[in-house]
Design a protein around this ligand. Structure first.
Ligand code: ADP
Ligand code: MG
Length: 507
């Protein structure tokens, strides 16, 4: 690749690559708010010039993102680059957005910038007023990226993990619902008093339910409120890769020091450690060292630890020590509250009717919910059209069927099992606990566990929002009955065959 001829410098490809890297670091909202308005303008020797739509943007971007942009571009070019900005008013249509939309976005940005400069430390996640509907507007998630310049530099030095914490993940920007209030409060308590009551803590739940958001909120809160505590946030995957690299480079001791000397260790997605026996061994010792010196540890996992089959028993028992909390999928009301908050943060308004439509159709997790909303907002801004229910239906068609792939599998199982036992399909998902219904329901749960990749949490959700422990209990019960009753075993085989046929014929 030769992007630069002597007289014709062109750093545009580097800028494009930098933008896609930055996109993976920032939250979607933050990225859309700031980076969709920064355009490549021109290059000269070791200089890249970027255009922004107003002096306001220029100030804000310089203040918030200058070092992020510069470091990313320096890394990509291998040169100590100069980054210049130029203010250019966008002509309608040029960047796919018209000026009015830029203005709207600017006023949203202005709003969040105002809030952050006026009261940089308005952190009161547990104040009762935060749940009032109109307070949504006040606790925009940008509030926490408040003193980015001063705070971040200081924090970076104390954040010893490989991965940087994303400041958008804060307790303030987390919408509490009945599915998450226990996990939220436990995490907040940990952030306020690390290493005391809940140590270690394990947060578990299906994808997109806010595990990363909560674990990072702890890190951000601790760094913000304490001047002398060090935090390491790392995904289990990075932890594993770093460990392997350390062995290869004979730097085991450095690796050990890095993780055994922190005050707070946050490891995301520990299910990744399955089958990685050497890394498990290393983590086991790290755990013991930190535990013995009362250092806080928090882990996240996509299922209860008891379901991690490929984990050594002694490490599993360490994770199970302390507090284990689960995150359930949000119910309809919470999904509405999340959408409302996200609209407010973006300075975007959508009618309740449409929000209701989204909340009803996207019932899988918060990530899908967020992605659907982002898609609709982008569509509306691009075409300068208000979102109607029809537009929402059309735009979300694909995501809807995609997120329901697994639900469909469970539904097929529920239908086949309820037909076989002559009960109603509605009852199998419902609340009734009579024997005639409870046993077929347990069978359907057991088969769901066998035939899909869903966790017990997710299966519980498909059975009228039941708890994962109910599903686990059902599976154990059916399993032990199969052992002692060979006719039941035959019935199971037959049901599984029927489900496969049913799925084929309904496609
Ligand atoms: P997980 O780590 O469990 O897969 P994430 O923490 O990455 O899920 O959450 C997915 C997205 O949904 C993130 O953008 C996160 O900020 C958002 N999110 C999840 N739960 C909530 C919540 N209760 N309130 C606000 N945003 C949430
Ligand atoms: Mg995550």
């Amino acid at each position: 690749m030769n992007f630069m001829k002597h007289d014709n410098w062109n750093y545009e490809p580097f800028w494009n690559e930098a933008v896609s890297q930055i996109r993976t670091i920032l939250s979607e909202q933050e990225f859309l708010m700031w980076f969709t308005n920064i355009m490549y303008d021109s290059s000269s020797k070791e200089t890249i010039c970027l255009s922004v739509p107003s002096a306001f943007y220029q100030d804000q971007v310089r203040q918030r993102y200058f070092s992020l942009i510069k470091n990313t571009i320096d890394d990509l070019t291998g040169v100590d680059m100069r980054i210049d900005f130029v203010v250019k008013k966008r002509s309608p249509g040029k960047s796919g957005k018209d000026t009015e939309n830029s203005k709207k976005q600017e006023s949203a940005a202005q709003y969040s910038a105002d809030k952050t400069t006026k009261k940089p430390n308005t952190h009161s996640p547990d104040s009762p007023e935060r749940e009032k509907p109109d307070s949504n507007f006040r606790d925009s998630s940008y509030e926490n990226s408040a003193s980015v310049t001063t705070q971040t530099n200081r924090n970076n030095r104390r954040n010893r993990g490989k991965e940087p914490l994303n400041e958008v993940y804060s307790f303030d920007s987390f919408v509490i619902g009945e599915n998450s209030s226990f996990a939220y409060n436990a995490c907040l308590a940990i952030a306020k008093n690390p290493g005391t009551t809940y140590n270690p803590c394990l947060i578990y739940g299906g994808v997109g339910l806010g595990k990363t958001h909560l674990i990072q909120s702890i890190g951000n809160y601790v760094l913000q409120e304490n001047d002398n505590l060090s935090v390491a946030y790392v995904t289990a995957e990075t932890f594993t890769n770093e460990f392997i690299q350390a062995i290869g480079e004979r730097k085991n001791q450095q690796f050990k020091n890095k993780y055994r000397k922190v005050d707070i260790l946050l490891i995301d997605d520990i299910h990744f450690l399955q089958n990685k026996s050497q890394t498990q061994e290393e983590l086991f010792h790290t755990f013991n060292a930190l535990y013995d010196s009362n250092k806080q540890m928090v882990f996240t996992c996509d299922r209860p630890v008891s379901e991690l089959k490929e984990l050594t028993a002694r490490l599993r028992s360490r994770f199970e020590r302390g507090l284990n909390v689960d995150l359930q999928p949000p119910n309809f009301e919470t999904r509405m509250a999340i959408l409302r908050k996200k609209c407010n943060v973006q300075g975007f308004s959508i009618s309740d009717d449409v929000l209701e439509y989204i909340s009803r159709s996207i019932n899988t997790n918060v990530r899908d919910l967020e992605a659907s909303l982002t898609k609709l907002i982008a569509y509306s801004r691009l075409l300068n059209k208000e979102i109607t229910r029809e537009i929402a239906m059309e735009q979300l068609k694909d995501s809807y069927s995609l997120t329901n792939e697994e639900s469909f599998a469970v539904e097929s199982i529920q239908r086949v099992v309820s037909d076989y036992f002559n009960i109603s399909h509605i009852d199998i998902r419902g609340k009734k606990r009579t024997k005639a219904i409870a046993f077929p329901r347990q069978i359907a749960m057991y088969i769901s566990r066998q035939m899909t990749d869903l966790s017990t949490t997710e299966i519980g959700y498909e059975f009228g929002g039941r708890d994962h422990s109910t599903v686990m209990h059902a599976c154990q019960r059916v399993e032990s009955r199969i052992q002692s009753d060979s006719t039941l075993d035959n019935t199971m085989q037959r049901l599984i065959r029927q489900v496969k046929e049913y799925k084929k014929s309904s496609r």
